[in-house]
Ligand binder design. Structure first.
Ligand code: MRU
Length: 358
C-alpha cells in the first residue's frame, strides 16, 4: 500500500487529514492557500518534507487565483501568499526551501518569457508554478527511495530498529525517510522489527508510525517514550533511525521533541543513532543547532489527551515541539546524495548546497 499524504487535483489539493488517523481515514479538499496554511498550522499535514510539498502546492493554488495586469503586480501578490504560508511553522526548513524554489521558478519564468505579451505570460507562469510544485513532490519521493536504498546498507539481517515520531510516507511525498530505510530493508527481506516510541504530546509514533507499519505489515512494537532507555539497556535495540526537520551546517539535528533524549540513551548504550533526511533539510545558513528556531505549540496539546483533560486548570505548561541533537551523537546522516559521517560540514560542502533565505 502506498500512502499519498497530498495530491494536486487541478482546482483543489487533496490531503489526508493526519489529525484523524488512525481512527478514520479522511481526505480534505483544500480550495485555496488560506485553507492550506490552516491545514499546515493545524498539522492536518505535517512532517518536514510533506510541509514543503504542501506549501509548494498551496502557493501554486494561490497563484491560479491571482488577478494582475503586470508581472510586478503578480509577483507582489505571490509574495503575500508566500509569506502567509511561510508563517505557518518555523522549524522545518523544507517549508522555506520549497517556497524559495517556487518563487525562483516564477522569477526565472518571467525573465525567460520577457518578450511575449504580458497577459499570456502571467497565465504561463501560473502553469510553471504548478509544474514546479509537482517536480518538488516527485523529486522528494525519488530522494526518499534513494535514502531508503543507501540507508538499508546499514541495516543487518534481523535488526530491531527504534524510531521516534513519524518520518514515513505521511511525513513526506509518499515513501518516507527514516521509515523509507526501514521499508527498503524490509523489502530486501532482512526480517527487521521496529520499536516505535509513542511521541508525546501529539502521538505521531502511536497514531501514524504504528498505523503505517501495520498497513505495510512490518513488525512493530509500540512503547511509551520513557521505555526507550530500558529496551536499549537490555540489548533489545540494534540501531535508532529518525528523520529531521532541519540540519545545521555542523550536523546538529532538529527533530521532534524527545529525539535528543533517545540520542543520549543510544550513545550511553553504544547503539548507533542514524538520521535520514533529504538534502533539502540541510540549512547551511545556520552554523549550529542553537540558531534553529524551535516551535512552541499550545499548552492544550500537553494538558489534554484526545477529549480528556489530564492536568489541573491553571498549571503552567511548556510545549517545545522540537529539540536539537548535537552532531556528536549522530553516527551518520543518510541523504539521497550519500551517507555522511563527521565532519558533517565538509560533507555538506561537497554537495554544493544553496543557502536558503527566510
Ligand atoms: O511536528 P511534526 O509532526 O511535523 O514533526 C515531524 C518530525 O519531527 C519528523 O520526525 C520530521 O519532520 C522528519 S519527517 C520525514
Amino acid at each position: 500500500m502506498q500512502v499519498k499524504p497530498i495530491e494536486w487535483c487541478d482546482t483543489t489539493i487533496r490531503i489526508l487529514d493526519q489529525t484523524r488517523l488512525p481512527s478514520e481515514v479522511v481526505f480534505l479538499e483544500v480550495a485555496d492557500y488560506v485553507e492550506m496554511a490552516a491545514a499546515i498550522r493545524g498539522m492536518r499535514i505535517r512532517g518536514a518534507p510533506a510541509i514543503g510539498v504542501a506549501a509548494a502546492y498551496g502557493l501554486a493554488l494561490g497563484a491560479q487565483a491571482i488577478e494582475a495586469r503586470t508581472e510586478e503586480e503578480f509577483l507582489v501578490k505571490l509574495g503575500t501568499i508566500s509569506r502567509e504560508l511561510a508563517s505557518t511553522r518555523p522549524t522545518a526548513i523544507n517549508l522555506f526551501w520549497a517556497l524559495e524554489r517556487m518563487n525562483r521558478a516564477a522569477g526565472e519564468g518571467f525573465a525567460l518569457r520577457g518578450s511575449s505579451p504580458k497577459g499570456s505570460t502571467i497565465s504561463e507562469i501560473k502553469a510553471v508554478l504548478v509544474e514546479e510544485a509537482k517536480r518538488i513532490e516527485r523529486e522528494n519521493e525519488e530522494a526518499d527511495r534513494r535514502i531508503g536504498r543507501l540507508g538499508a546498507e546499514l541495516i543487518e539481517y534481523g535488526f530491531t530498529i527504534l524510531t521516534h515520531c513519524n518520518a514515513g510516507a505521511l511525513a513526506t511525498a509518499g515513501y518516507g525517510t527514516a521509515l523509507g530505510v526501514i521499508k527498503a530493508a524490509h523489502e530486501q527481506g532482512k526480517q527487521i522489527k521496529v520499536i516505535a516510541c509513542e511521541t508525546r504530546p501529539l502521538l505521531q509514533g502511536a497514531r501514524l508510525t504504528a498505523w503505517e507499519l501495520v498497513e505495510e505489515q512490518i513488525p512493530v512494537t509500540l512503547i511509551t517514550d520513557s521505555m526507550a532507555g530500558h529496551f536499549m539497556n537490555r540489548g533489545r535495540i540494534d540501531c535508532v533511525i529518525v528523520g529531521a526537520d532541519r540540519i545545521a551546517r555542523n550536523g546538529d539535528v532538529a527533530n521532534k521533541i524527545g529525539t535528543y533524549s533517545v540520542a543520549v540513551l543510544a550513545r550511553e548504550n553504544s547503539v548507533p543513532f542514524y538520521v535520514a533526511a533529504p538534502t533539502s533539510t540541510i540549512d547551511l545558513s545556520v552554523k549550529s543547532g542553537a540558531e534553529i528556531p524551535i516551535e512552541e505549540r499550545s499548552p492544550e496539546e500537553v494538558t489534554w489527551i484526545g477529549l480528556t483533560r489530564i492536568a489541573p486548570e491553571g498549571v503552567e505548561v511548556a510545549n517545545p515541539a522540537f529539540d536539537v541533537t548535537p552532531h556528536q551523537y549522530v553516527s551518520a546522516i543518510i541523504t539521497e546524495k550519500g551517507v555522511l559521517k563527521e565532519p558533517y560540514e565538509e560533507g555538506f560542502e561537497g554537495f554544493v548546497l544553496k543557502t536558503i533565505s527566510q
